[in-house]
Design a protein around this ligand. Structure first.
Ligand SMILES: *Cc1c(COP(=O)(O)O)cnc(C)c1O
Length: 492
C-alpha cells in the first residue's frame, strides 16, 4: 500500500530488468530428478532473451516488495459488493493439490480416475440439493458462461416445442448485472428491460403487461443486486409459467440464502451459481472459475456436456445429455476449482453453510445500521448479502463524487467498495462485508467511511486528489484499458 519506508529502497518501483548487474546470481540446489528437461544454456537465455541478472537477496526483496504493493483478502478487509465471498480457505488448496486429484489426466479412462469423478459427482449432488434443481452441469467456466449455457438451454427447449420462432424476447430487470442482457443478446434474443419498483423488487405491473407468447424467459437475480429479496417471486414464477416462458435465475448472490432457500422450490427452471462467489474458490485475474448450471428435469436433456453420472454398476462417468447444447470448453471444466468448492461444502456441511449465509446477512445489516445517516440509502429496508448506499448527497452538496470517496478510502487502509453499480442507484456505493469479517473489522471499515464523509464536508479537495499514500495515484483508466502497456521496453 504505502511507498518506500525511509532508508529502504522501494523495490517495487523498478522492474527486475532495470536492476541488478552482470554476473549476479541466485543459488539453487540442482534437481535430483534426471528426467527433468534442462533449461537452455544460461548464456543463451541472458543474451538472446535478455533476462535480468540479480543476486538472491535482490530477487527476494524485489518480489516481496511487489507482493506488498497488492491489496487482497490476505492483507485486509475487502468490501467489494456483487463479488460476494472473497475468502479462499488454505485447506482447499491442500485438498486440490493431493497428487491423486492434481495429477488425474483429463483423458484418463474413467476406471482410472474414479476418485476425481466421484468428487465431482458428490459436488454435483450437493449443488443439486442446495438449489433444489437436481440436474447439474459443472462445465461452464464462469457465472456469465453459466448464464449463456442456461439461456441456450431455454432456446433449445423452445426449438423442440416449435416456439423458438415466436418467443424472441427475454425480460431482464434494470438492476441486473450487465452479463444478463449481454447473454440474452448473445443467444439471439431481444432484451426488454423491466423497471425496479420503489421497494427494490421487480415492477409487477410491467411484468404482467409484458408477459405474453413472445417471451422466452425472464432473468431474475435472487437476491438482487440491491442486496434485496425479490418479494413475491413465487407468484411471478407462476405468471411466467402460465405465459409459457421459463424463469432463469442468476444465482451469483446465493451465499445470502444458502442452506435456507432453494431456487427449485420457488419455481426457477434454471440457475447458475458462481463457485467463486458462494463456495470460496478464488476470484482473481479472470479465473480459472466455475459457474455450474442447475436445472429442472424438463431442461436436463439440454445441459452442456459433460454431466457427471453414476451408472448401475457404480461406475462414475462423464456423459453427454441427449439434446445437449454441446461443449463449452475442453474436458470437464476447471476441475481443481470444483474440488476446492467440494472441500468447502464438505468442511462446512449443511449447518455450516446455513451459518455462513446467516453471518453474511448479519454483517451486511450491521454495516447498514452503522453507516445510515452518513450516506443515503435509496432502498431503505433490511438487506441480505450486501447494502447499496448512494453518495448523491455528497455530490450535490459538496461536489464530491463516489469515485473520490472510494479513492480516499484507500488512504484509510481499505479496499474501496464497488462503485456505480447497480446502474439504477445514482453514485452507488455497494458494500458487501461477507461472512468472514469480524465485528471489529466491520467497525473499522465503518469508521473509515464515516471519517471520509466528514473529510468530504471539511476538505473536499482531500478527496479529489486521493489516494495520497498509494504507490500510484489516479490512473487514466480509459487509456490504461484501451492502450495498455504490457511489455517492458529497454528504451522506455
Ligand atoms: C458476478 C456476477 C455475474 C457474472 O459472473 P462471472 O463469474 O463474473 O462471470 C452475474 N450476475 C451477478 C449478479 C454477478 O454478481
Amino acid at each position: 500500500m504505502s511507498g518506500a519506508r525511509p532508508g529502504h529502497e522501494d523495490f517495487g518501483a523498478r522492474l527486475s530488468f532495470d536492476r541488478g548487474g552482470p554476473g549476479r546470481r541466485a543459488v539453487d540446489v540442482p534437481s535430483w530428478r534426471k528426467d527433468e528437461a534442462p533449461l537452455p544454456d544460461a548464456h543463451l537465455l541472458r543474451e538472446s532473451v535478455r533476462l535480468p541478472e540479480l543476486s538472491q537477496g535482490e530477487l527476494v526483496r524485489y518480489y516481496t516488495a511487489m507482493s506488498a504493493r497488492n491489496f487482497g483478502i490476505d492483507s485486509g478487509t475487502y468490501p467489494l459488493g456483487s463479488c460476494t465471498m472473497k475468502y479462499n480457505p488454505k485447506v482447499n488448496d491442500v485438498v486440490a493439490s493431493l497428487p491423486g486429484l492434481a495429477r488425474a489426466h483429463p483423458q484418463a479412462p474413467p476406471e482410472d480416475v474414479q476418485g476425481t469423478l466421484r468428487t465431482m459427482l458428490e459436488l454435483r449432488r450437493g449443488l443439486g440439493e442446495l438449489t433444489g434443481l437436481p440436474e447439474v452441469s459443472m462445465a461452464p467456466a464462469a457465472g456469465a458462461h453459466g448464464e449463456l449455457a442456461g439461456v441456450l438451454m431455454v432456446s433449445r427447449a423452445l426449438e423442440d416445442r416449435r416456439e423458438l420462432d415466436t418467443r424472441r424476447r427475454i425480460l431482464v430487470p434494470d438492476s441486473a448485472h450487465g452479463t444478463n442482457p449481454a447473454t440474452a443478446a448473445m443467444a439471439g434474443f431481444k432484451v426488454t428491460q423491466i423497471p425496479t419498483a420503489s421497494d427494490g423488487s421487480l415492477d409487477r405491473p410491467t411484468i404482467e403487461r409484458e408477459l405474453d407468447d413472445t417471451v422466452a424467459a425472464v432473468m431474475v437475480t435472487a437476491p438482487n443486486t440491491l442486496g434485496l429479496w425479490e418479494n413475491g417471486i413465487e407468484q411471478v414464477a407462476d405468471l411466467i409459467h402460465d405465459a409459457g416462458a421459463y424463469l432463469y435465475g442468476d444465482g451469483a448472490n446465493f451465499n445470502a440464502i444458502m442452506g435456507r432457500v432453494r431456487y427449485g422450490d420457488l419455481g426457477f427452471d434454471v440457475v447458475h451459481l458462481n463457485l467463486h462467489k458462494s463456495f470460496s474458490t478464488p476470484h482473481g485475474g479472470g479465473g480459472p472459475g466455475a459457474g455450474p448450471v442447475c436445472c429442472s428435469e424438463e431442461l436436463a436433456p439440454y445441459l452442456p456436456t459433460p454431466v457427471v453420472e453414476e451408472d448401475e454398476d457404480g461406475l462414475v462417468r462423464l456423459v453427454a445429455p441427449e439434446h445437449s447444447i454441446g461443449r463449452l470448453q475442453q474436458f470437464h471444466g476447471n476441475s481443481a476449482v470444483l474440488i476446492r468448492a467440494y472441500a468447502y461444502m464438505r468442511a462446512l456441511g449443511l449447518d455450516g453453510l446455513r451459518a455462513a449465509s446467516g453471518q453474511a446477512v448479519l454483517n451486511a445489516n450491521y454495516v447498514r445500521a452503522l453507516l445510515r445517516g452518513y450516506y443515503d440509502l435509496p432502498y431503505d429496508r433490511p438487506v441480505l448479502h450486501e447494502v447499496v448506499f448512494s453518495g448523491s448527497r455528497q455530490r450535490r452538496e459538496l461536489g464530491v463524487r463516489t469515485y473520490d470517496i472510494a479513492k480516499r478510502l484507500i488512504d484509510h487502509g481499505f479496499h474501496p467498495p464497488t462503485v456505480y453499480f447497480p446502474l439504477i442507484v445514482e453514485e452507488a456505493l455497494m458494500i458487501e462485508p461477507t461472512e468472514t469479517e469480524s465485528a471489529e473489522a466491520i467497525e473499522g471499515l465503518v469508521e473509515a467511511m464515516i471519517a471520509v464523509a466528514e473529510e468530504a464536508e471539511r476538505d473536499p479537495d482531500l478527496l479529489h486528489g486521493a489516494p495520497w499514500t498509494a504507490p500510484i495515484g489516479r490512473l487514466d483508466e480509459a487509456t490504461a484499458s484501451r492502450r495498455p502497456v504490457l511489455r517492458w521496453n529497454e528504451d522506455s
